[in-house]
Ligand binder design. Structure first.
Ligand code: ARG
Length: 463
């Protein structure tokens, strides 16, 4: 053990005793950060290529490093690579294997580099790819929702405020509200990608390095769009991880709101939709049950992602410059956030096509809450009444309709005229749900014509 310790740990000459097993397990990260192996090798190859171009290692060393890394890639892909806890993390595991395979060239790889700028580079490389995946998945989800929305532009849903029936809306319009949210989410990821995509390598441990590295060259090789400008900041900055998790939290919050609605709509009290069986489970005791597990879990997993955001913010809060081991704790929350968001987006893209709409039940519910009262007020305004007076007149009409147990449209013309003599036979068109819907025919409004225009706009935008 102590021989292995002396051989493999970079700082070993200074240490007179090995770590206890507990400390080793406590400080090691290999069992989660091995996930970064591809980025680690990619970063190392770019660094080595530049060392060679700068004359800091020989062409033979560079060839050896390439050969070694090719074999390591093969070993990891085929599951034959032996990850060692005592080698602490992904970086030392790969470097040790490289040295075992190619000798001195492996030992020269770390010239002008520290694990501090190495890990920052790896995480950024890896996360950049995940950001791209998430943007693609957000596009697919939007498309699925837009497609469903297009089918239900004319379907009437009670629109709620305070979860009380407010005004009728198109079900398509309602779904498109979520498309707007996911479109903003995609925008956020595209924007934060710029700040992820900067190269820390060359910052070394914290102060830069005395070797004449060509940082721009490494950035070009790795497709980074900028090179970090301050070594202390570069090795210790985790803003990009926090930003990413914040954007991911908003995605989950949006999914969670949609989930809550799906759950409510599917409940017996609402009965607005049914979800395909493949997204539900039964109960082990109540044979009649079909539970909306997928939206419920998505709502639950939102807590987990928001928790990761809080974890990362708190992780950074008290850290002095520059790198501290605390930063190793950035990985698991990031990994879990990525996995949770990607799976959630995939499953909701499928789910968007698995909603059965019970249009009659929706419309019946919209009839219940005097949802066209505002339309009556607007009607009176068009007859010349100031809006506040019209509001008062309609309040009286609603009160009397409630007492009679009927809807506004079921009051006779004489009854309505008792509230205001200006009311005419044409009022009944206004009091219908469809009349109310069609009337809101302005940009952003719920009229089916507007919904169809929005569907077309989204489809063109999403390609
Ligand atoms: N495993 C470490 C991390 O994830 C790599 C950097 C270690 N640097 C150090 N100075 N101990 O942060």
């Amino acid at each position: 053990m102590s021989q292995l310790h002396n051989k493999t740990q970079a700082w070993s000459a200074l240490f007179s005793e090995p770590m206890s097993e507990l400390v080793q397990r406590y400080t090691a990260s290999v069992f989660f950060d091995k996930r970064l192996w591809r980025a680690d090798i990619q970063g190392s190859l770019a660094h080595a290529e530049m060392l060679q171009a700068q004359g800091l290692i020989s062409p033979v060393d560079w060839a050896d490093i390439q050969r070694g890394m090719a074999q390591i890639t093969e070993e990891i892909e085929s599951g034959r690579f032996e990850w060692k806890l005592e080698l602490e993390d992904v970086h030392l595991n790969i470097e040790a294997r490289l040295t075992a395979l190619v000798g001195d060239a492996g030992k020269r790889l770390h010239t002008g580099r520290s694990r501090n700028d190495q890990v920052a580079t790896d995480v950024r490389l890896w996360l950049r790819g995940e950001v791209d995946d998430i943007v693609t998945l957000l596009g697919a989800l939007q498309k699925a929702l837009v497609t469903t929305a297009g089918q239900y532009a004319d379907t009437i849903l009670p629109g709620f405020t305070h979860l009380q029936v407010a005004q009728p809306v198109s079900f398509g319009h309602h779904l498109l509200a979520y498309v707007e949210m996911f479109a903003r989410d995609a925008e956020r990821f595209v924007d934060l990608r710029k700040r992820v995509n900067r190269l820390p390598l060359g910052s070394a441990a914290l102060a830069g390095t005395s070797y004449p590295l060509d940082r721009e060259r490494v950035a070009r090789t790795l497709d980074f769009e900028a090179v970090s400008q301050n070594s202390l900041d570069a090795v210790s900055d985790r803003d990009f991880a926090i930003e990413f998790t914040a954007a991911a939290s908003l995605v989950m919050v949006h999914v969670s709101r949609l989930s809550e609605e799906l759950i409510l709509w599917m409940s017996q009290s609402f009965g607005f939709i049914d979800l395909a069986d493949r997204f539900c489970t039964g109960s082990s005791i109540m044979p009649q049950k079909k539970n909306p597990d997928v939206p419920e879990l998505a709502r639950g997993k939102t807590g987990r992602v928001v928790g990761h955001l809080m974890g990362l913010v708190t992780l950074m809060k008290g850290q002095p410059l520059a790198y501290n081991k605390d930063n190793q704790e950035d990985k698991e929350p990031l990994f879990d956030t990525v996995d949770t968001v990607k799976d959630t987006l995939r499953i909701f893209t499928e789910l968007a096509g698995g909603i059965t709409v019970k249009a009659e039940a929706m419309e019946r519910a919209a009839l219940k809450g005097y949802a066209t009262a505002t339309d009556l007020a607007d009607y009176l305004v068009k007859k010349g009444l100031p809006f506040r007076d019209a509001h008062e007149v309609v309040a009286h009409a609603v009160k009397s309709a409630i007492a009679k147990g009927v809807d506004l449209g079921e009051l006779s013309l004489a009854e309505l005229q008792a509230f205001h003599p200006g009311i005419d036979n044409d009022v009944y068109a206004v009091l219908s749900l469809r009349g109310s819907l069609n009337a809101r025919n302005l940009l952003g409004g719920t009229a089916p014509q507007q919904v169809r225009a929005q569907v077309a706009r989204h489809l063109a935008r999403l390609g």
